[in-house]
Design a protein around this ligand. Sequence first.
Ligand code: ZN
Length: 163
Amino acid sequence: MSALVAAADHVVSFHYTLKNAEGQILDASGEAPMDYLHGHDNIVPGLERALTGHGVGASLQVEVPPADAYGEKSGRADQKVPLSSFGGGTPQVGDQFAMRDPRGRPQPLWVTAVDAKNVHITFDHPLAGVTLFFEVAIAAIRPATSEEVAHGHPHGPDGHHHH
Ligand code: ZN
């Protein structure tokens, strides 16, 4: 049996801490590592590329510029959407919604502010324009099942469930 490495159509489990350039922790895996399906755009491209070819036990420090993560900020001003169009609920700053673009594809948007009449939204990911600093440790690697490859994401040990 040869040692597996992070490669296309493998489920890779890893612990991570994500910081910005100022050293603030932006995100981290919990007690359990995070699983992703390699080669299916489950994680930001710069991090996936850095993990490629590494095996279980590997620890990496990876700096990912915005272009290989959540993109640059668009520079577009926030848009205002009437509060009434949110169906009676009051969105909170940081909430994520999806809107259909003209071709019918879902486009994510985020709430940046809420006032008495309007919800201010942006199409920029909250981490757009941010260089990401990952500390990563690979905990496990296994070949994906054909079902996982077809779905484009890993399934948990309890079988099929979607996040
Ligand atoms: Zn699935």
